[in-house]
Design a protein. Sequence first.
Length: 337
Amino acid sequence: MTQNRVRIVDVADALGLSTATVSKVIHGKTEKISDETVKRVQQELERSGYIPNMAGILLARNNSRIIGVVVNDHEKYEGRVLEDGFVMSSLNALSHEVNEKGYFLMIKTTSDIREIPVFASMWNMDGLILIGFCEADYESLRNQMRISFVVYDGYFEKCSKVVNLVIDHYNGGYQAGKYLKELGHKKALCIADNFICMDKERIEGFRKAFEHGETYRWEIPKTEKKKRMRFYEDNYMQLLKSNVTAVFAVSDFYALEFMRFLQGKNIQIPEDIQIIGFDDNMASRESNPSLTTIHQEANLRAKAAIECLEAMRDGAEYKTEIVLPVDLVKRESTRKL
């Protein structure tokens, strides 16, 4: 069928649906239509060429089914924020959840939170998910936008039409400290590039569980790997003199980076020093040795994010803060002393 000859009835027949159902999806009247059916219709409309570009209709109607995701392109990522293990895992999980429910995903990276209201209004979104803006002024942001939004790991007072989806950072650090203590460690090093927000919670949880042991903390440079390598080099001998036998890094990225540094110094992992990370990204599973870490469930958070946006859109009840659990994953970078 050519594009001009494709009719609503053709699309309906191909799917075994009524023309009324197809018409309602086209015009955004999907309140009584399942997400699965909406997705099937949208896919057939695009496949058949009935609507070669649905963007115009999506932007013109009240219910666009576009979910926006804004990721903080912080300077520490050095322009490669979408390559970060946590960010990649989060976006992958959101993409899967959005596809399952027949939505469209639109991603923006920026370090300037003032760009968010413009982005949201420009594309007539159904909802917004913000990742990496932990200490933003969400009350002010809320007043600038008509749409509701969900925040990953925000630090702010509760406010209406904003849901804060956090993981139990403190408990994750606590699990790491408790495990290293059980393995027989008495001196441990904590590695982070700051001591605020989630990193502070993770370290405080670790210290609480490890409190009868001795802990040190390194605040490493945020930007430029060569600066961190220099930092590790400058502090390496002192680390050996302190007889530290375990390291807790607030991310898998830093855990694996430091592991490679130590291996370059002929330090054996886990024979000489043991390491625990946080996030459980793909790299932690494929490293040599594989990394013991704190697992956070990206799929669970993505599912909760979309459900909260739908609840806010539909006027249903929802919690303004949801705390998701984390779990210790034991791998080869740790063992009994």
